[in-house]
Each structure stands twice: as structure tokens, then as C-alpha cells.
Design a protein around this ligand. Structure first.
Ligand code: CA
Length: 229
């Protein structure tokens, strides 16, 4: 079970976030002050910290800076009411890995939590093989090219490469559009779930024997996609 340290002084938000995380199977330790959270973070191992910026006493930014200065590598997702660029830059410079503005959508929060935990665990996994057969296409991840069944070669964009790698690393798993957005697009601009669909349409043309009836990148209705090698 992944453990999450939640640092939030607001009773209502804290209760709601903890409830949703626990429903998703996470173990949650909830602290109301930055000082208490920082102490716990240096004593115990957590898979992620959700950190409110506006705290009484030590601010979330201070907590992030102090934890990084203490050599703690736990991924940090900042929560804040302030949606300005300066705060965002400060949060990231201070050691946060991601950033979410209040009021946030719970589904989005959960997707970001999953993405951060996957990312930090994924760095321990073996890298994707340089060359892979994906459906009808041959993909060279080093050269970032794809050769289709007719032998034509295409250059892949960064997002296409990341999306393909994410799919092949997670075979047989139903991946939500929100998961895919978080993993592949992260904090880039503001892509929509339609963006994911458009990329999938393009990949299917290369990979599927029949793009109208996909076998390798299957649609999971109302959710997202599943890769079947
Ligand atoms: Ca607060």
C-alpha cells in the first residue's frame, strides 16, 4: 500500500482529500501543521506528500525547501488557493514536483497522485527496450522513429514517444484519460482529454491492422484505453 503524507490545515478539505485517498486504497497520515509534517517526513518513508501552501506557522513552501535541504526525495504535490505564476514557480523551485490550485477536482488530484507515485517508482524499473514491435509497427525509441507495415518510416514527436512508452509499460491495464494526460503531458499547457483521443487515433493508424477495429490500443468505454500487445 502506498503511503501519503497529507499536510493541510483546512478541516473540510483535509477530510475530503483523506477520504478520497483512502477509498483509492492509500494509507494516509494527516498533519495540520508544516512543522509536524516535516518532522514525520524525516522519520518515516512516504510515497508522496500532498502539501498545502497556506499553513499557519511554517508555510508549505518552507516545508518543501526544508525537506529537500534535508535530502528527502519524496514527491511533493503542492495545494494552493493562489493561481499565479510566481507562486507556481516558487513551489517548483522549492522542490515541489507538481502543483494543484484550489478548488481542485478530486479526480484530477487522484490522477496526479497516481502519476507522481508511478513516476517515482518507474525510475526504478528497467527502461523500455530501444526497439519494439508494437502491433503492426516497429518502433525505435532511440532514433524516435516508427516504421509502419508498409515499411514507411515516420519521425515521432516527444509526446508520441512518451505515450507509446507509457502504453507498453502498462500492458493489459485500463488507463484513464486523466492518467494518460498526467503521465504524458504533465504540467504542459492545458491539453484536454480530446488531445489524448487525437493522439490515439494517429497511433492506431500506424499500429493497428484495422484502425476501425483496434486490437492493440483498445477503448475502455467512459474511461480511457488499454494496450494489448
Ligand atoms: Ca490552508
Amino acid at each position: 500500500m502506498s503511503r501519503i503524507l497529507l499536510c493541510e490545515d483546512d478541516q473540510l478539505i483535509g477530510t475530503m482529500v483523506r477520504l478520497n485517498l483512502e477509498q483509492d486504497g492509500y494509507g494516509v497520515e494527516w498533519q495540520r501543521s508544516g512543522e509536524a509534517a516535516l518532522e514525520l517526513l524525516t522519520q518515516q518513508r512516504f510515497d508522496l506528500m500532498l502539501l498545502d501552501i497556506g499553513l499557519p506557522g511554517m508555510s508549505g513552501l518552507d516545508v518543501a525547501r526544508a525537506s529537500r535541504a534535508a535530502g528527502v526525495g519524496t514527491p511533493i504535490v503542492m495545494l494552493t488557493a493562489r493561481d499565479d505564476l510566481e507562486t507556481k514557480v516558487q513551489a517548483l523551485d522549492g522542490g515541489a514536483d507538481d502543483y494543484l490550485c484550489k478548488p481542485f477536482d478530486m479526480a484530477e488530484l487522484l490522477a496526479r497522485v497516481r502519476a507522481q507515485i508511478r513516476r517515482s517508482q518507474g525510475s526504478l524499473e528497467v527502461a523500455t527496450e530501444a526497439e519494439l514491435q508494437i502491433g503492426m509497427a516497429r518502433v525505435d525509441f532511440d532514433r524516435r522513429t516508427l516504421r509502419d507495415q508498409a515499411g514507411a518510416e515516420f519521425e515521432l514527436t516527444d509526446k508520441e514517444v512518451e505515450l507509446l512508452q507509457f502504453l507498453v509499460r502498462n500492458p493489459h491495464r485500463a488507463l484513464s484519460r486523466a492518467d494518460i494526460l498526467e503521465e504524458v503531458w504533465g504540467m504542459d499547457t492545458s491539453p484536454t482529454e480530446r488531445t489524448v483521443d487525437n493522439f490515439i487515433v494517429r497511433l492506431r493508424k500506424w499500429i493497428e491492422p484495422d484502425a476501425e477495429h483496434p486490437r492493440h490500443i483498445q477503448t475502455v468505454r467512459g474511461w480511457g484505453y488499454r494496450y494489448e500487445p
